[in-house]
Ligand binder design. Structure first.
Ligand SMILES: [Zn+2]
Ligand SMILES: [Zn+2]
Length: 107
């Protein structure tokens, strides 16, 4: 995950709540030199995604949502449209809800 505001690399920690339901628990700044693609807890991006009740938002900008781009990577999202992917730079209107992370690869 990256912060969509600062493009800072973040490590996203997910936990499985139910079969196929993953909750974002925590986002932390990765150590210097980290690749920033870190997402621990799920081997494959399948199923639904949500945020754990205790999720405190992006550690950098406080955004409470996140988006999975068409490039398959995650960026924090404040809810403002359009979303600009901090990885590939594409921007588009986010389609779907947080439990159905919308691809924005139409943009
Ligand atoms: Zn952020
Ligand atoms: Zn992207």
């Amino acid at each position: 995950m990256r912060c969509s505001q600062s493009r800072q690399p973040l490590a996203a920690e997910f936990s499985q709540r139910d079969e196929g339901l993953w909750a974002l628990e925590r986002v932390t700044v990765t150590p210097e030199g980290g690749v920033g693609d870190g997402a621990t807890g799920f081997p494959q991006i399948t199923g639904q995604f949500t945020s754990a009740p205790q999720y405190r938002g992006c550690v950098v900008c406080g955004a409470m949502n996140y988006v999975k781009c068409g490039c398959q990577r995650l960026g924090c999202w404040s809810g403002a449209q359009p979303f600009t992917c901090p990885w590939c730079g594409r921007s588009g209107v986010v389609d779907g809800t947080i439990t159905d992370l919308g691809a924005i690869d139409r943009a």
